[in-house]
Design a protein around this ligand. Structure first.
Ligand SMILES: [Zn+2]
Length: 246
């Protein structure tokens, strides 16, 4: 994920939360994502470069619906402005009154409606035969400013604070199964590794000796830690540090 992407996602979610559309506050927002994808074996490395907030979307407190024509227009404009980028998918936000609500109903997860809309978005699947990307930014106001670092709650979910707001970012990637049916990586047990730490170039689990040309090594002392489960995510969304222990 580029810094610009993260900033724009936070800005979009926080403005929609605090000021809404000028009539109601704490509403959702939505917009397309552009970036790059590189496929290496069965690993997809996806870099989220930019997003745009869709101003004409119908934005409510518990739903958001983009205008298809507006998405087409933004796609065409970006083809001229930045033809090297691919329209990878979209992001939207989940605004909640407080942390207790988010935690009680797991508000940072994608809803069944989110997955349904994602699987039926023919335009996105046409543009991304290898599978589009969906990202949700959840936001709530905290009672006080906490002194916290970002936390990776799961492979595909990060949590962090900004001032008195708490954010969660969850990401999901589509793929075609053996029958050619559209599937997605879901909320839990996701094979997506969401990387917000791409500035730290040595991962705990893998060590690379630069210049020796022999790639990544699993560190036997750290194997299984900290995320365990011995699974190697197939999709590295947002960032760059493929988790290649085994
Ligand atoms: Zn949603």
């Amino acid at each position: 994920m580029s810094d610009r992407f993260l900033e724009a996602a936070i800005m979009g979610a926080i403005e929609a939360y605090c000021h809404g559309d000028g009539f109601q506050t704490e509403i959702e927002t939505i917009g397309p994502i552009w970036g790059h994808r590189r496929i290496s074996g069965d690993e997809h490395i996806i870099f989220l470069e930019r997003l745009a907030v869709s101003l004409s979307a119908d934005r409510q407190t518990d739903s958001v619906t983009p205008k298809a024509e507006a998405t087409d227009l933004m796609a065409e404009v970006m083809e001229r402005l930045a033809p090297e980028l691919t329209l990878l998918g979209d992001f939207h936000s989940h605004p909640y009154k407080d942390r207790a609500t988010v935690e009680r109903i797991k508000g940072f997860e994608f809803s069944p409606g989110d997955f349904n809309a994602f699987l039926h978005d023919d335009d996105l699947w046409d543009r991304n035969p290898a599978g589009p990307v969906m990202l949700v930014v959840t936001i709530c106001r905290l009672n006080r400013v906490h002194d916290t670092d970002g936390k990776q709650l799961r492979f595909n979910v990060w949590q962090f604070d900004l001032g008195e707001f708490r954010f969660w970012i969850n990401v999901c990637v589509g793929y075609l199964d053996e029958q050619g049916q559209r599937q997605h990586t879901g909320n839990k047990r996701s094979n997506v590794w969401l990387d917000l730490n791409s500035r730290f170039f040595n991962q705990r689990r893998s060590r690379r000796d630069l210049g020796r040309g022999d790639g990544f090594h699993a560190d036997p002392h750290l194997d299984g830690e900290p995320y365990g489960e011995g699974r190697s995510p197939l999709w590295t969304a947002l960032g760059l540090r493929p988790h290649r222990g085994q």
